[in-house]
Design a protein around this ligand. Structure first.
Ligand SMILES: C[S@@+](CC[C@H](N)C(=O)[O-])C[C@H]1O[C@@H](n2cnc3c(N)ncnc32)[C@H](O)[C@@H]1O
Length: 404
């Protein structure tokens, strides 16, 4: 696939780090928003690092540089300790690009208490001249209004429920479908809850007479766009395999339906814990998928740092002391892997453009490594006389040509 409009890159499956397992079983009155858990750092860092490049790029051709941002499950905006939640973070991004892009932000929140703090945040933002709207109620109720407001402008939707979110039909038909005629980009980042898959999938084999079992199973059918997930669950050796297969199946089906490529980022509480949820990103543009890979890679650095245990005063050795060394070891490992991938591509094609082979160039390090590591690998090959490409310029546009 060459042109960005054809987008359908293969789904790339990343497996990164994570947030509190069991998030989906919390209810609206839970202490979830008291302070930010280390792993929410990953989710927020991805948003933080992606929305600005996205808005900068797609807003270039949009009327008045306006880009619509929808946060469908917004929460209170900030944690109780003042740390930004997704709305506060995005409003900071909106302020940072206000000189050249108008990020028109719609935040939807069902819970009354959360909505009160959200409204306050939105009022402050409006006071600073930003375009922000807080809508109380269920996302399903407000969706059409926001989609109407987004007509003619690019749209980025972030859907981050505690459990199952909007239906497959709402995602594919209402969000993507309503924008079919529009030439403006549409992207979605959604939280596909692994705990919900494990919990609901477990009902398939449970002998217990759980009340509401058929309705609960149907709820996952509706979220997944059919009951295909049931067979995937039953055919899997364990829950981890089931979550992986069902998330990939979901991403593939949505992608096929709406003509988009996707990234799937497994979010764990810590590297050795099970996936709490997957962040799935859909874009119809090759550029969007490339930029998202950059954001995911950068976000992971923040997450790894946030996972370090707090320093203990008086200790001779703190885990943070070796952080930079470990990052350097990762960097070298990634460059080595990318080099091997580039050499394979050279063998196969003789000459190729990096941006047309994102998945192959980054095979094995997808979502971990980023542009700078690709550039470093190309430069190594250049120094060794294996390519005529010196690695200078926009990495995605570089043509790597063999010398043999
Ligand atoms: C995981 S939290 C959102 C966290 C927020 N995105 C952040 O990163 O700071 C999910 C929020 O969705 C709200 N919610 C649950 N169901 C909803 C629905 N149908 N429509 C809108 N909001 C809903 C909950 O009250 C909760 O505040």
């Amino acid at each position: 696939m060459e042109g960005p409009d054809e987008a359908a890159l293969d789904s790339a499956v990343l497996d990164l780090s994570g947030e509190t397992a069991g998030e989906d079983v919390r209810d609206d009155t839970s202490p979830f928003f008291v302070s930010k858990k280390a792993a929410a750092v990953l989710k927020h860092a991805i948003l933080d690092k992606y929305v600005v490049p996205f808005a900068s790029k797609v807003g270039k051709y949009a009327p008045d540089g306006r880009v619509v941002y929808l946060d469908g499950y917004a929460g209170p905006g900030r944690y109780d300790d003042g740390t930004p939640g997704s709305p506060a973070l995005i409003l900071e991004s909106a302020a940072a690009i206000a000189d050249f892009r108008k990020l028109d932000c719609y935040f939807i929140e069902k819970n009354r208490k959360n909505f009160q703090s959200l409204s306050q945040l939105v009022e402050e933002a409006r006071g600073q001249g930003l375009a922000a709207h807080a809508l109380q109620g269920r996302v399903e109720r407000h969706l059409d209004h926001v989609l109407e407001a987004a007509q003619g402008s690019p749209l980025f939707a972030f859907l981050d429920p505690f459990g199952l979110g909007i239906t497959f039909e709402a995602l594919t038909e209402r969000i993507f479908g309503s924008r079919r005629a529009s030439r403006q980009p549409t992207e979605v980042l959604l939280n596909f809850n692994a705990n919900a898959v494990r919990r609901i999938g477990g009902l398939l084999t449970s002998r217990k007479d759980t009340p509401g079992k058929p309705a609960t199973l149907r709820a996952l059918d509706v979220a997944c766009g059919g009951d295909w997930w049931r067979e995937e669950f039953l055919d899997s050796r364990d829950n981890a395999e089931a979550v992986g297969r069902i998330t990939r199946g979901f991403a593939r089906r949505v992608g096929r339906e709406v003509g988009a490529g996707s990234w799937t980022v497994g979010v764990r509480n810590r590297a050795n814990l099970q996936v709490a949820y997957n962040l799935v990103h859909f874009s119809r543009h090759r550029d969007g998928l490339w930029l998202f890979g950059e954001a995911a890679s950068l976000a992971q650095v923040e997450w790894r740092r946030a996972c370090l245990p707090p320093e203990t005063p008086g200790m001779l050795f703190n885990p943070g002391d070796t952080f930079e060394q470990e990052e350097e070891a990762r960097r070298l490992r990634w460059i080595k892997r990318i080099r091997a991938n580039l050499e394979d591509l050279l063998h196969k094609h003789g000459s190729f453009v990096v941006g047309n082979h994102q998945a192959e160039v980054l095979a094995g390090v997808l979502g971990e490594a980023r542009e700078r590591h690709v550039r470093a690998a190309i430069k190594e090959l250049f120094r060794e006389g294996k390519t005529t490409c010196n690695g200078v310029g926009n990495v995605r546009d570089l043509r790597v040509t063999g010398t043999y």
